[in-house]
Design a binder for this molecule. Sequence first.
Ligand SMILES: [Zn+2]
Length: 115
Amino acid sequence: MQLRCTYCQTMFALGRDDMLAALEHMEENKLIYHDAHCPKCRKANRVERARMERSFPDWKTAIKTMAKEASRVEIETGKQVADSTVEKSTPNRKPAAKKVKKHSVKKNLAETKKK
Ligand SMILES: [Zn+2]
């Protein structure tokens, strides 16, 4: 959506992602305004939530789609984590080594008994 800075009259655009983030933030914090910062003078321009919703009516659907994509990424990352766990647990052939050690200890004990 196009905005005009009330301080320096600069026209600047609020992108879909910007609006989505702003709307989500307003929803979470129960706000009715979004402070859009002017790229030129950096001053905050209040944009009414209703006005933003009018220019982006399907923002809730867009957020849901984004959340889906995020969870899909999480699942994929989770898979990677699981794979690395498997890899880490693979060299678990220590029980065999322990047995050898125990045996050798027993052997040593037997040898000391002999003495
Ligand atoms: Zn400005």
